[in-house]
Design a protein around this ligand. Structure first.
Ligand SMILES: [Zn+2]
Length: 184
């Protein structure tokens, strides 16, 4: 799930003890603070991030906040929110693919131009990049996050099927790199 929204702010105590509200720090280097959750949950997020960095798919600076219920994710497993260059993922599920999918939204947001998005949408035969008046499966932004997650989490023993041919070619159109599961 991806949403244009107002990002949350962090509240920090100043030296004098008064409270000051500051925006989540922006950064151009890879920096993904993971807030909340257990050590195990934070380690799972780190593993998901490594799936991208291992393939040289550069993630933007963003924050991941782990929640113990789905309230902050609007009833979804996770949600990627952005406001300008500030990016944030709320994570409300321990299912491993959810964070990989949400990171896919962050990657697409940071790395694709409008021309790239139009081109990918056309290539996939979809009606829109991210117009919410269309269903989830018709939005190319969701397709792109799904394609990234499927390829990055797949094992190398993926069988040659029409479905995988499609997922692999979509990944390669998106990233301009060979899919990790391409065998030839
Ligand atoms: Zn999504």
């Amino acid at each position: 799930m991806v949403a244009l929204t107002t990002l949350p702010t962090t509240t920090a105590a100043t030296a004098t003890g008064s409270l000051k509200t500051t925006a989540v720090a922006k950064t151009s280097r890879l920096s993904v603070p993971v807030l909340g959750g257990t050590n195990q949950q934070r380690a799972a997020v780190e593993r998901a991030i490594a799936l991208y960095t291992r393939r040289k798919l550069m993630l933007p600076g963003l924050t991941v906040q782990i929640h113990s219920d789905e309230v902050k994710c609007d009833g979804h497993g996770g949600i990627f929110r952005y406001s300008g260059s500030d990016m944030h993922i709320d994570l409300c599920s321990d299912v491993p693919y959810v964070i990989v999918h949400e990171l896919g939204h962050a990657w697409s947001h940071a790395n694709m131009t409008d021309t790239d998005r139009r081109s990918y949408t056309r290539t996939r035969g979809l009606p829109t990049w991210n117009d919410w008046s269309f269903e989830w499966k018709e939005r190319a932004a969701e397709d792109a996050a799904f394609v990234l997650q499927q390829n990055l989490m797949a094992t190398t023993s993926v069988r040659a099927t029409a479905r995988w041919d499609d997922l692999i070619s979509a990944y390669e159109a998106l990233t301009r790199q060979h899919s990790p599961v391409r065998v030839s």
